[in-house]
Design a protein around this ligand. Sequence first.
Ligand code: SF4
Length: 139
Amino acid sequence: MITLNVLKVGKVGIVSCSGEAIPEGTLSRLACRKVLDELRPDQTVTICLPLFIAGGTEERNFARDFPTITVDGCEKQCARKSTEKLSGKPGKSLLIPEILSRHGIAKPVNLRNLRPEEKATAQVVAEEIARAVDEILKK
Ligand code: SF4
């Protein structure tokens, strides 16, 4: 949940899909967490997708007033579609299968307890999200 007192100009909201059912969803959540905690902690805030969909006012207002990056595990693009429907067009929409394909990385196979190579994949995805944060904040 977003706390209003941390909202400042110069922040980007990160909306990860909550894909519990497929490894790409796990990868999306892990990579977003890395961006929030390690790569761009001062430039990003998390937007909890389930709360956003359930009617979280702060989440919806933030996503309407500030830029967002959505990250989805599959073509259904739940994070992108929910953000577009409930708040507005994301500043950038990323899709895990497209990122993996661009980097020539195999799909992850584990839902939890990622293998070392899958953790490395999470780092690659996180770095791509971080670059998208930088691009948005430069505009
Ligand atoms: S985008 Fe795909 S993986 Fe993510 S929550 Fe939706 S159906 Fe699940």
